[in-house]
Every structure is written in C-alpha cells, then in structure tokens.
Design a protein around this ligand. Sequence first.
Ligand code: RFL
Ligand code: PHB
Length: 390
Amino acid sequence: MRTQVGIVGAGPAGLMLAHLLHLAGVESVVLEARSRAYVEQRVRAGVLEQGTVDLLVESGVGERLLRERLVHHGIELRFDGRRHRIDLHALTGGRTISVYGQQEVVKDLIAARHAAGGPLLFEVDDVTLDGIDGDRPAVSFRHGGAAQRLECAAVAGCDGFHGVCRPAVPPGVLREYPRDYTFAWLGVLAAVAPSTEEVVYSRHERGFALHSMRSPRVSRLYLQVDATDSLEAWPDDRIWAELQVRLAADGWTLHEGPIIERAIAPLRSFVVEPMQHGRLYLAGDAAHIVPPTGAKGMNLAIADVRVLARGLVELCRGGGPALLDAYSETRLRRVWQAQQFSSWMTSMLHRLPDDGDWQGRLRLAELRYTVGSHAASTSLAERYVGLDPE
Ligand code: RFL
Ligand code: PHB
C-alpha cells in the first residue's frame, strides 16, 4: 500500500490531521489499535477552547458541536467554602469555552472520514515503523490477520502516550521531561442534571474536586484520590459523600444521581523534545501530557495537528520541508506554556503532602490573589481560554 501520510492513532489528533489533509487534497491512511466502538465511547476531556471550536467549525465538522455544546462565559474557583467566579468572557475581550465531550468530537471526525471515503482501519496490531531517517518511511501492521506495509512520504505519530511511534526513534535522539504526581483523578459520569451552570474547581483540605457536565442531564465530576487507589475503594456512597464535603458552599446544593461511568486516571506531565525525527512527526499525547486541571490536553493535540497539517501539505505539494522542519520548535513554545499553566493550576488547587507547611500557605495566598486581583484573574482567564496556537 502507498499513501502520502501514514497516521498512527485515531484519537482527536490523528483524526483531525486526516481531516485537514483531506481538505487540502493530501491522502492519508489512519491506523487505530482499538475498535470504533471503543474510541467512540472512551470518556475523557470536555472543555474546548474557542480556537479549537473555531477550527472544527471552519473545517466543516462543527455542525453538531454548535448545536449541542454548552457555551460557558466563566468558571468558578471554590475554596474556604466560598465561591469566586472568573468571568472569562469579560476578562478576555469576549472569548468563551465550550463543553462538548471528546468522544463526541471523535464521533464527528470519524463520520467526516467515512463521508470523505478516506481509509481508517480499526483493530490493527503489531504496528512498527521503519525508514523514518530517510524520505521513504513505512508503517508495517497486521489487519484482519493479514500483514501489510504502508509506504508514505511522512508518518504522523498520533498514538498517545503509550503508543509505538515515540519509542521508534533511535535512542539518544529525543530528550524526555517527565513528571509524576502522588495523586490521581477519579472521574465519574452521573445521570443527574448538573448542580452548576459553569465548571467548578474546588480546593478543600481533603483534596481537590471538580464539577463539570456533559449535557443538561449528565454531570461529570472528579475527585483527587491517591495514585495507588483502586475503584473498589470508591463505592458510589463514598464518592457522593466526598463530593458533598469537598464541593460544599453556602446556599448551594449538590444533586446526586446514578453513576453511569467511572475511571481513575493518574496525573502526569511529560514533554519530549524535539517532537520530530527524520520523517516522523509526533502530535498530541504522543509528544506531551499535561495534568487535566488546566483542560489543555485535547486542545493542544488539535493545535499540534493544525500546524503539522500545513507543513505536510507543503511537503506533499512539492514545496519542500521548511515548514515541517520548524514544526517542533513552533509547537514546543506553546506546549511549555500549557505545561506551566497546568502545573500552576494543579499545585494551587490540589492537596499536596506539604500543605500544612510554608508551601501550602503560599498556594492558598496565590489562590486568594488570583480571585481578588483583576490582573491575576485576567492572567488565568487568557490562558484558560487558550493562547494563539503559534
Ligand atoms: P489519544 O486520544 O490517546 O489517541 C491516541 C490513539 O492512538 C491509539 N493507539 C494506537 N493505534 C495504533 N497502533 C498503536 N500501537 C497504538 N497505540 C495507541 C489509541 O487507541 C488512541 O485511540 O491521543 P490524542 O489524539 O493525542 O488526544 C489527546 C487527548 O485524548 C488528551 O490530551 C485529553 O483527553 C486530555 N484531557 C483533557 N484535555 C482537554 O483539552 N480538556 C479537558 O477537559 C481534558 N480533560 C483529559 C481530561 C484527560 C483525562 N484523562 C483520562 C487522562 C480529563 C481526563 C480525566
Ligand atoms: C471535563 O469536563 O471533563 C473537564 C473539565 C475541566 C477540566 C478537566 C476535565 O479541567
């Protein structure tokens, strides 16, 4: 098989890249390890920056998004039992965020891929790369029991943090910047109307809690838990009791309902430099992970492929690799901005082992300043709604 761009992974990064390339007349083949049902049901991110929404709409895959999304003009920070609103809209000259599940974005992009007739293979095994140092890279894999080889001009590694593309780069080329946390997030979906109109981030001495939503009838809630906790340690009663305590505020009620989905996700920060080697280009979680407190992961993945698509189109049209050569440098500037923001939000809002000490007092002082100062609120707001991808 031959194509112009081989894409490994059908998450938001891989699917959006295939879509942007198709619009520019560049062929690609997308290879995904999981089934279609699995990727369409995987519950993950929910907050889209305005820039992400704009790109989805401009590229023709935003119709259902515009119909079903929840547009938010602010977020709430809660601590000491008090509520503080950050007016994103007013502080950023009219920008907003949209709540729309990642798996809905994935469904819309898969539908667009099928409508365009572009190849998208699910349940592929044994993906390996070769020739990435030269200008004829290839991706080998098994599909439906048969071994296949895909020759291309470039490979996009959009296969997430645990994928095979990043490890395919020869040792000594990439520099990795990892950071692990001692806590994780327990995330649940509950069949109950959200108790809040805007996303609530709550700092409590028992740990962080987050109240988000997916629709007028479905709530999305998270609790900071130990990185070693298992789901068995968290029956429904305990989840609701803990949410009640950590989200409590005067004159506000948290409505409970049946929990329909639950998972524990470890928090991680990670960056690889550079995000490219030879004709392999890494995008999204394959190249970087941010803790979810800043709601940046999926937005970064989409912003990566917006820049990558432009470079690949130029290469495939015979215009040379100048734009592609600058891909990593262009994106890493924004990736580190997002790391800094996500790390700051995470440490300010979570309970850390040194909370009773000097550091803990400083974090609380930071939070009070952030909600009390116009300048500090503006700084949070402009980074939360998203900086320009370049
Ligand atoms: P994905 O979505 O992980 O997709 C990678 C795909 O590659 C496939 N794959 C392979 N395919 C073929 N061969 C192989 N060898 C393969 N190995 C893997 C996988 O099956 C998968 O389908 O990466 P991508 O596209 O880079 O997208 C990144 C986002 O998924 C991620 O950053 C976000 O979910 C992070 N995130 C959030 N981001 C936001 O922008 N806003 C949020 O509000 C937000 N909340 C979150 C989050 C992540 C969370 N978890 C579960 C860590 C909340 C949570 C709880
Ligand atoms: C979500 O709705 O899943 C969500 C919201 C805000 C975050 C992370 C996740 O920071």
